[in-house]
Design a binder for this molecule. Sequence first.
Ligand code: SF4
Length: 264
Amino acid sequence: MPSPEGEARESLLRVQPDTLGRANDREKNEASPGSKAREAKHERDTLTNTEIQKVMACLKAAVRELPDPSVTLVGKRWKSPYLVLVSCLLSLRTKDETTLPAAGRLFALAQTPVDMLKLSFRDIERAIYPVGFYRTKARRILDISRVLIKEYQGKVPDTMEALLGLKGVGRKTANLVLVEGFGKPGICVDTHVHRITNRFGYVRTRTPEQTEMALRAKLPPLLWKDINWVLVLWGQNVCRPVSPKCSACPVSARCGKVGVGTRR
Ligand code: SF4
């Protein structure tokens, strides 16, 4: 008997592809030789802002039955920027199915910097195991809690600059804390957002940092808060790093599939 999550994932594969049209014309043109064809392809591979809004609306509808990514869920369930920050740290290089139970075990012991500092390093380590780099993360959670109490009256700061000043907090985490912890604008670019926006042809970048800057310059602000959780779910389930399921993708007609080799 498939789980509800499994059924939701399967239902993604039943979404009709090419619902945004233009697929057949594009594929015919791809066969044209010479620079004109290359130029035409480049033009086709670049999504306009109207198109990216349609693409995102389509993907948002396609993932609506799936469980939220772990940090989004923590933001909705606990409504605490501190717990969002801690769950971000736990999620680094760790799958959601490991992050969420670990966060739940830790939050059962402490939900504020003051209570966290009442725990020993061993207590935290035991609670969050087996997240990746659990020892380093346990130490970091204690260090950050100490700084928050000393410099920010026990609260998480709500600016990018101050968040980046916390040891172990990079742009990805800072953006996610702003969006999921404070409901402020931010664009969290992880591996999924970087890969998929490049595959769309919406950006042409080499690193997640470049992608964030490119998206900040052109992505309509209305899409900022959704782009991470929608593309994380899409990347985990359909637009996977290797062999994405393009034949089952409802935005296949509008996607440039830039750099996609083998696909299903
Ligand atoms: S690369 Fe394939 S699966 Fe990914 S968004 Fe484009 S069409 Fe969809």
